[in-house]
Every structure is written in structure tokens, then in C-alpha cells.
Design a protein around this ligand. Structure first.
Ligand SMILES: Cc1cc2nc3c(=O)[nH]c(=O)nc-3n(C[C@H](O)[C@H](O)[C@H](O)COP(=O)(O)OP(=O)(O)OC[C@H]3O[C@@H](n4cnc5c(N)ncnc54)[C@H](O)[C@@H]3O)c2cc1C
Ligand code: SF4
Length: 462
């Protein structure tokens, strides 16, 4: 057979990533998903890539991994560089899109992987794990800290979450000065306050935040627009534009009878107390019930499990409709957390002198709703009683708009900022992005917005 006619045989099975064994991880807060540990494993995984459309102009027909990534990161090119031994070139592509990739790749929902061609006939290429190995072991390059000379402009950013940090980093690259005003006394948004350390170790996150600061980003904590100042005052301090990146930090309540008990808490508050080590409840041997189906629910359940509780999750649809990532759901179940599907709470009985419980109803699935999932319909005559010593609600969040004049800012029905195609809100020289525009979404979506906003500001200031 000539070389040209030789068929390349690619493995359909992904190289397995490493995990901390369940019996160890249920008892501590160490990182669970260890990814790849050797370059050899990464190269083998890269060898499975089809290098889709390599002959074509990527701008005309980008490979699915690039097309579906919110940042349009060229993962095909990263993989090719790894196979050519050009690790620095691969890193340059990663840092072009992500200012804190060690953190992002640990929590990324992997839209690239979901659409990867290899996934149509076997396992998709484990793109976030490949990128994570590269940045963990070889990044950042010296170039990371280099910024263009000061062009004499300054921008204010509200919020130090993934959106705010990304805008700040890429503006500094353009030589633009930035000040972040953060409401809390801690930097990083949901990355720091909500995502638990067994998915995102704090040593990794803190190192990346410190690296960002070294690029010359000025940050003031405990500064909130509602409490300390208004939009007009920021402009009076000679800022040329303002970027709003305040996320969706206000948790929604189910609004059910009995909810005002102290044993019913919001997942955001519960996770924050744990992550910041403030007022962690004693859950040893307690029955904890978490209500919801997103990352917030699985994270709260897994934290409660590690605090010694017997944990279950109640979700009103089926497993395939849960917003949490597939791997997170698998990890949650593997850790011994039971997920009860097609169930909805109706009333809490939480008085201290009665047996504490949740009365629930069964649900069945109806037509597809606005979220693209089937509507849960209550089956009126079936009631189920679930015992609970501690109840955590994780049913969604929205933007806290206090301090913003909603007569001036155009706001959607779901309490997000309306922006135009250049990220400007209805108030002149004020831009917005991340969760406070998209609704609760993802870190990589906020990072993608952040880079685009920095580019827009640079164009606008020029
Ligand atoms: C429990 C949990 C788990 C998650 N897991 C994942 C995951 O695995 N993968 C993933 O991709 N995404 C995950 N997410 C979602 C992700 O964290 C968010 O999409 C992302 O953090 C949004 O970034 P942001 O910068 O827009 O907002 P945020 O991260 O919410 O940051 C907003 C910042 O603004 C500050 N702020 C608020 N109001 C004001 C004000 N008035 N003035 C000044 N500052 C203000 C806040 O204190 C905060 O620091 C998770 C979210 C939660 C809650
Ligand atoms: S879509 Fe998958 S197979 Fe195709 S280039 Fe990207 S990583 Fe490789």
C-alpha cells in the first residue's frame, strides 16, 4: 500500500483522565478530577484528533471545536502544535483567549468537546483536559505580563468576576488603565465564593489572580455602586467608560410555605459560607436535601456530603434535562448522592418540635418550554414525604440591580441588562457583559464577553 492510501486508525476511546478515588475524596476537599498527568497521555489524546478541515481557510469553515467555543479558541491548532512539539505556540493560542486558563479549563462546560467530530463515532477529544495540562505545566509565558505603553485612558469596571478580570487584563494589554470596584472583600466572583475547591483548588485560582494583578490592574474591594457611589460619580472621576460585570448574585426562592425556617437556606449562601469559611453549619450525620438540577445544586450536595451529611437531590425533570454538566452529575452520583427525579417540593415542615420534612409532588413531563426542556407538570394526587434536617434551595439566580437607575438602563424581563451588538447598554459609555447580560451562564461565556468588550473599548477610545 502506498503511503497516500494508508488509512489512519484512530482510537475511538479517549485516554482516561485521573481521578481521586471516591473513598478518599468524600472525606476531604482535595481536587477530584486530576486530568492528565503525563505529556505522553496528552499526545496520545491529541493523536485521536481528525484535524477537521485542515486544508481549508479556518475563517471559512472552522472546525466544530473552534466554532462552538464562545471564545472561538482554535483547539485544532493547539492540538497540531502539541503533535509538532511546539508547546509554546500552543500556549500562545490559549493565552490569547483566556487570562486565567488554569481555572477556566477546570470548570469549562466544554462546548468544544460537545460538538467535536470525534464524538460522532466514539469519545470526543478531551480538549479542556489537553489545554489544562499545557497551562498547568508550561504556562504562562513571559509575554503574559507584557503590556503596551500607557495611552492615557482609564476605565472603571464593576465586579471582579470572570467578566471583570478578563476585561481588565485585555485592556491592560492595550495600555489602558483599569480600576475594578468589587462589592465584596474578596476577588474572583463566583469562582472564589461559590465554586468549591474540590473542583477548583484555591492555590490555582489565587496564583492566577495574583498574576493578573501583576499586569497592573487596580482593585478596590468593599466598593459597591449601590452603597458607595453612582455611575455619574465614576464619570466625574475622569473614567472614560464603565463596564458592568456584576453577575447574577441574587438567589431565587421557591416561595413555599415553611420556607422562612432557619434550616432552609439558599445554595449561594451555603456555598459562600463554606468557601469563605464563615459560619459553616454542622451537618455531620444530618439528612440534607438539595433542590435543583444545576451546578449550584450538585456543588452544594457534594459539599454537604463532605461535611458528613447523608445527601439527596430533588429534581423536577429527568437526568438528561439537568443543567449541571454530565461529568459533574456522574461525579455527584459516584460520591453516593442520590438524585430523585420527577419530584417537586410543595411545602416545608421545619418547626423544631415536629418531624422535619418536605411534602413533595410527583411530576410528569409536558411540552418543550422556553428553556428548550420539557415542562414539568405536577401530578396533583401523588404526594411524597422526604425527611430533611437541612434544606438547600438551588433553583437559580438573578442580577441584583440595586443602585442602578432602571429608568435609564434598559432591563429585560429576567432582570438582565440590554446591550447592543457592541456591548453598550442604553446609558452612554456604559458597557455590560457576563452573567448580568446572559443570565446565569458559564465562566467561558463571561471570558468571551470580556475579551470582546476590551476590543470594543479600545476601538471606541481610538
Ligand atoms: C455554585 C456554582 C457553580 C458553578 N459552576 C460552574 C462551572 O462549573 N463552570 C462554569 O463555566 N460556570 C459555573 N458557574 C457559573 C459561573 O460561575 C458564572 O457564569 C460566572 O462566574 C459569571 O461571571 P461574571 O463575572 O459575569 O459574574 P460573577 O462571577 O457573579 O461576578 C460578579 C462580581 O460582581 C460583584 N458585584 C455584584 N454587584 C456589585 C456592585 N453593585 N458593585 C460592584 N461589584 C458588584 C460580585 O461580588 C462578584 O464578585 C457556577 C456558578 C455557581 C453559582
Ligand atoms: S472538532 Fe474534534 S476532531 Fe475536529 S479538529 Fe476539533 S478537536 Fe479535532
Amino acid at each position: 500500500m502506498t503511503e497516500k492510501n494508508q488509512k489512519i486508525v484512530r482510537s475511538k476511546v479517549a485516554i482516561e483522565r485521573h481521578y481521586l478515588p471516591v473513598e478518599i475524596r468524600n472525606k476531604n476537599f482535595e481536587e477530584v478530577n486530576l486530568g492528565y498527568l503525563e505529556l505522553e497521555e496528552v499526545i496520545k489524546e491529541c493523536e485521536r484528533c481528525y484535524q477537521c478541515f485542515t486544508e481549508r481557510d479556518p475563517e471559512i469553515k472552522p472546525p466544530p471545536c473552534m466554532k462552538y467555543c464562545p471564545t472561538h479558541c482554535n483547539s485544532r491548532e493547539i492540538i497540531r502544535n502539541v503533535l509538532d512539539g511546539e508547546i509554546d505556540e500552543a500556549l500562545k493560542i490559549i493565552y490569547k483567549h483566556y487570562p486565567f486558563p488554569r481555572s477556566v479549563e477546570r470548570v469549562c462546560p466544554g462546548y468544544c468537546q460537545l460538538h467535536c467530530t470525534a464524538g460522532k463515532n466514539g469519545d470526543p477529544i478531551q480538549i479542556p483536559m489537553i489545554k489544562r495540562f499545557l497551562v498547568d505545566n508550561y504556562g504562562p509565558l513571559e509575554d503574559y505580563f507584557r503590556c503596551n505603553p500607557d495611552i492615557g485612558k482609564k476605565i472603571a469596571i464593576l465586579g471582579s468576576g470572570p467578566l471583570g478580570l478578563t476585561v481588565a487584563f485585555y485592556l491592560r494589554k492595550y495600555g489602558i488603565n483599569v480600576t475594578i470596584f468589587e462589592k465584596m472583600d474578596i476577588i474572583g466572583g463566583m469562582l472564589t465564593t461559590e465554586i468549591p475547591e474540590f473542583r477548583l483548588p484555591r492555590s490555582i485560582l489565587n496564583t492566577e489572580i495574583e498574576n493578573l494583578k501583576l499586569c497592573g490592574i487596580e482593585i478596590f474591594t468593599n466598593k459597591s455602586i449601590d452603597k458607595d457611589f453612582g455611575i455619574n460619580q465614576i464619570f466625574e472621576s475622569n473614567y472614560h467608560a464603565i463596564v458592568i460585570g456584576i453577575g447574577t448574585q441574587k438567589a431565587r426562592w421557591l416561595k413555599l410555605p415553611g420556607e422562612d425556617s432557619r434550616i432552609v437556606v439558599q445554595a449561594l449562601k451555603f456555598l459562600k459560607s463554606f468557601n469563605l469559611r464563615e459560619n459553616i453549619p454542622d451537618l455531620d450525620n444530618k439528612k440534607v436535601v438539595v433542590i435543583g438540577g444545576g451546578s449550584t445544586a450538585t456543588d452544594a450536595a457534594r459539599v454537604a456530603k463532605r461535611l458528613g451529611a447523608d445527601v439527596s437531590i430533588l429534581y423536577r425533570r429527568e437526568k438528561e434535562h439537568m443543567p449541571a454538566g454530565k461529568a459533574e452529575i456522574e461525579d455527584t452520583e459516584n460520591e453516593g448522592i442520590h438524585i430523585e427525579f420527577l419530584i417537586n417540593p410543595k411545602e416545608f415542615y421545619c418547626l423544631e418540635d415536629e418531624s422535619q420534612r418536605i411534602v413533595c409532588q410527583r411530576t410528569k413531563l409536558g411540552d418543550i418550554d422556553a428553556s428548550g426542556r420539557p415542562t414539568p407538570i405536577l401530578i396533583e394526587d401523588i404526594e411524597i414525604v422526604v425527611e430533611a434536617d437541612y434544606i438547600v434551595e438551588a433553583i437559580g439566580q438573578e442580577t441584583d440591580l440595586s443602585g442602578f437607575d432602571t429608568n435609564k438602563f434598559k432591563i429585560t424581563k429576567s432582570n438582565t441588562f440590554v446591550i447592543n451588538e457592541k456591548f453598550f447598554t442604553s446609558v452612554p459609555k456604559v458597557l455590560a457583559g457576563g452573567d448580568c447580560v446572559l443570565g446565569s451562564k458559564s465562566v467561558v461565556d463571561a471570558v468571551a464577553h470580556g475579551k470582546l468588550i476590551a476590543d470594543q473599548i479600545y476601538e471606541f477610545l481610538k
